[in-house]
Design a protein around this ligand. Structure first.
Ligand code: AHR
Length: 326
C-alpha cells in the first residue's frame, strides 16, 4: 500500500524539473560484465529510521551487479567529505550519499564532477548554486511532512480553546529534514492563531538528546506545555521518558506528534503515549539501486523522485503494527 511513486510522480518530475543523465563514459549497466562500484556515505546511526535505511541500501546493493563501498559519517560533515574524496581517489563508478547538512558541498561535488563520477543524493537534499553537481535526489518531501503534522494537530485540537502552547524538538541543525519540517509545520500552524510555539531546540534526531532537551523544556515551562512536535520518532520516544519522569502522562497531558513511523512509534502509540506519527519511508534501497543502474548506463532519470507516505494515529497503531517493515 505504501509504495513508491515512480510512475506518475517521476513522470511529473521529469516534465517539471527536466531530466539528467549519468556521467559521460561511465559505461552501461554490466556493459562489460563488470560490477558497478558504488561509494555510499551514510549520515550515521542516529535513529531507528537510519538503521532501517542503512539495511535497505546495503541489501539492495548486495546484488552481484554492484560492489558497495560503505562509509558511516557519524553525523559529521567532515567525515562525509573525506569519504567522498576517498571514493573519487578510488575511481568508483557512482557516488551516493545522504548529506548530513544542506550547505557546504560545492567544492567536493565539483571534484566529483571533474573526475566524471555521477553523484546520486538519497534521503536529504543539498543547497548548491549549480544543480548539475548531482544527477538526482530520491527521498521524502520533508516540507509536506511538517505540514501533515500541523494539519493533524489542528484537527486533533478542533474543540480546544487557545492558547495552545507547543514545544518543538528539531532535528540536526542545518539538515534538510530539520529545515523543511520546521518550515512546513510553521506554515500551517500560522493559519490558526490559537497555537504558540513557545520553545524550539535541536535534539539532533537522537533519543538521548530528545530526552535531555525535553527535560529542559519541562523545567522551563512547568506544566504549561500542551503539545510536543518532534521532528522524528526517536526524539519523541526520548521525550516521552522525560515527560513520565516529570510525573505527567505523555499522549494525554501533552499531546505528541512526530515524524518517521518507525516500529518504536507504533509501540508508543499502542501504549497510548504518542498521538500520531507522520510517515517518512526509509526503505529507499531498491529504488536507489535502480537509479544507480540507470545513471551508470547513461539513461535519463528524473531530477527528483518523491516517496509516497501517510499519517498514522494512536487508534490505528495496534492493527498497523504487524504490517510495519521498519
Ligand atoms: O533524513 C531523514 C531523517 O533522518 C529521519 O526523519 C530521522 O529519523 C533521521 O535521523
Amino acid at each position: 500500500m505504501r509504495k513508491f511513486v515512480f510512475g506518475m510522480l517521476a513522470l511529473g518530475a521529469m516534465a517539471l524539473a527536466g531530466c539528467s543523465g549519468g556521467g559521460e563514459g561511465s559505461g552501461g549497466e554490466g556493459g562489460e560484465g563488470k560490477p558497478i562500484t558504488v561509494g555510499f556515505s551514510q549520515v550515521g546511526a542516529e535513529s531507528e529510521w537510519r538503521t532501517a535505511n542503512t539495511r535497505s541500501v546495503k541489501e539492495a546493493l548486495a546484488a552481484p551487479e554492484f560492489r558497495l563501498r560503505f562509509s558511516d559519517a557519524q553525523q559529521k560533515q567532515e567525515n562525509q567529505i573525506k569519504a567522498i574524496r576517498s571514493f573519487i581517489a578510488q575511481r568508483v563508478d557512482v557516488i551516493a550519499f545522504s548529506p548530513v547538512v544542506e550547505s557546504g558541498w560545492e567544492t567536493v561535488l565539483r571534484e566529483a564532477k571533474a573526475a566524471g563520477i555521477p553523484v546520486v543524493l538519497t534521503d536529504r537534499a543539498v543547497d548548491v548554486s549549480d544543480d548539475s553537481l548531482y544527477v538526482t535526489l530520491i527521498g521524502s518531501d520533508f516540507v509536506e511532512e511538517g505540514r501533515r503534522a500541523a494539519r493533524w494537530l489542528i484537527e486533533d485540537s478542533k474543540d480546544k480553546e487557545g492558547p495552545i502552547r507547543v514545544v518543538e524538538l528539531q532535528g540536526t541543525v542545518g539538515s534538510a529534514p530539520a529545515n523543511d519540517r520546521m518550515r512546513g509545520f510553521k506554515e500551517v500552524i500560522a493559519t490558526d492563531p490559537r497555537f504558540q510555539i513557545v520553545r524550539s531546540q535541536s535534539g539532533d534526531f537522537t533519543r538521548a538528546k530528545g530526552k535531555e532537551v525535553m527535560e529542559a523544556f519541562l523545567k522551563a515551562e512547568g506544566g504549561r506545555i500542551d503539545v510536543l512536535f518532534a521532528h522524528n520518532d526517536d526524539m519523541a520516544i526520548g521525550a516521552i521518558q522525560a515527560i513520565e519522569e516529570a510525573g505527567l502522562k505523555p499522549g494525554q497531558d501533552i499531546r505528541i506528534v512526530s515524524i518517521d513511523g518507525v516500529r518504536g512509534a507504533f509501540e508508543a502509540m499502542k501504549a497510548g503515549k504518542l498521538n500520531a506519527t507522520v510517515e517518512c519511508n526509509p526503505l529507499l534501497g531498491p529504488q536507489l539501486a535502480q537509479l544507480i543502474r540507470d545513471v551508470h548506463a547513461g539513461r535519463q532519470v528524473p531530477k527528483r523522485v518523491v516517496v509516497e507516505e501517510g499519517v498514522y494515529t494512536m487508534d490505528q497503531a495496534a492493527a498497523e503494527l504487524p504490517n510495519r517493515k521498519y
